[in-house]
Unconditional design. Structure first.
Length: 172
């Protein structure tokens, strides 16, 4: 099946392997991706609106290439790695029980985003709006408070100590 220059609405994709496929200039509205492999999918001008990703492998996706109009999605039990979420408005996005490894969030609006039970190992945040973002049950995040906007951002102990990583101090 061809996925470039297509429109998909309220479609459920289950156990599909999209590795190296092109979604260029396609539209996915109210779709569900369940147990799919989305490794290295090409996303130039792709519209993703109100889509849910469940138990998916998401490797090397550049979401910043997507069409930003009405851009919205959620992730549940996904393995997301080496993907770029830079310069996107992800306000109110939910990441439930995800591995978010080595991802970039540069210039991203993460206001009111929930990283519920998610692992953010080696993911980078820079010039990112983290107002009211919920990291309470997240782990392995490293956020430089000097390079990001943190207001009413929610953390819990002991993970909040990670905010001190970039200060070159010694805690005893």
């Amino acid at each position: 099946m061809e996925f470039q220059n297509k429109e998909f609405e309220s479609k459920i994709f289950k156990n599909d392997n999209f590795t190296d496929k092109s979604f260029k200039s396609s539209s996915f509205i109210d779709c569900v991706f369940e147990e799919c492999n989305l490794s290295n999918v090409y996303l130039e001008n792709t519209q993703i609106q109100n889509c849910n990703f469940k138990k998916c492998k998401i490797l090397g996706l550049n979401f910043s290439k997507c069409n930003k109009f009405l851009f919205s999605f959620s992730f549940e039990n996904c393995s997301i790695s080496m993907s770029d979420f830079s310069n996107l408005n992800l306000k109110n996005t939910i990441f439930n029980n995800c591995e978010i490894i080595e991802c970039h969030f540069f210039g991203t609006n993460l206001t009111k985003v929930k990283f519920n039970d998610s692992d953010l190992k080696r993911s980078r945040f820079e010039n990112t709006n983290l107002n009211s973002t919920n990291f309470k049950t997240a782990k392995n995040y490293s956020i430089d408070p000097n390079l990001n906007i943190l207001k009413k951002t929610m953390f819990s102990m002991p993970e909040v100590i990670n905010l001190l990583d970039n200060l070159d101090i010694i805690l005893d």
